[in-house]
Design a protein around this ligand. Structure first.
Ligand SMILES: [Fe+2]
Length: 203
């Protein structure tokens, strides 16, 4: 079985996010906080996941935005940034974007060099995934800058801000399936675990 990711403590992760927010302020910072909170709430209801680790991974998943404004190269920049830290596994910076481990499913235009694309492709093709990677893939779909959202709302948010391609329907199916898997694993609809979401939907 794949060994667990090495993660810093939540306070360290919070400091890294604050530093990154100074370098590149934007909606991505509060998105990251909501992803982290969603991950903590869902992990608390999941039989195998640790809420504190989940929270930390949520805070750090988009840390590659620190070099932005950037697009998909934030994946590689985040991987390189976390790799340079002590006692930190960098994989979450990559895997959060690949509910299907295939470069063709990246949604936007590549904003790095061809060599960087090849390096990212090599890393993605060899990436292992655990329940923690799956959790952050799901929670990346459950957090907007101003609060929690449904997977469908977030899919629309991404499609309108970026674009879509021939693989987008596959990716949407995989994300909806992931949500259904976590519903089963957590014993009920995970939307109920996110404070205020169901109330907003019914208002
Ligand atoms: Fe994200």
């Amino acid at each position: 079985m794949e060994p667990p990711l090495k993660v810093p403590d939540p306070q360290t992760a919070e400091g890294l996010l604050l530093d990154a927010a100074t370098l590149n302020p934007g909606a991505w910072v509060d998105h990251s906080r909501h992803v982290a909170l969603a991950a903590r709430h869902i992990a608390a209801a999941h039989p195998h996941l640790d809420p504190a680790r989940a929270y930390t991974l949520g805070l750090l998943h988009d840390i590659g935005r620190r070099t932005g404004p950037n697009r998909d190269r934030h994946l590689l920049d985040g991987y390189d940034f976390l790799t340079a830290l002590d006692h930190t596994d960098a994989r979450i910076a990559l895997t959060h974007a690949f509910v299907i481990l295939d470069m063709d499913t990246l949604q936007g235009d590549w904003d790095g060099t061809p060599q960087e694309w090849q390096r990212l492709e090599g890393l993605v093709n060899s990436a292992q995934q655990t329940d923690e990677d799956r959790l952050i893939q799901l929670c990346d779909m459950l957090g907007l800058a101003d609060g929690f959202c449904t997977v469908e709302e977030r899919l629309m948010d991404i499609a309108l801000r970026y674009t879509f391609n021939a693989r987008t329907p596959d990716k949407w199916r995989a994300k909806l399936a992931l949500k259904a898997e976590f519903d089963r694993e957590c014993g009920g609809n995970v939307y109920r675990l996110l404070p205020g979401l169901v109330e907003r939907l019914l208002a």
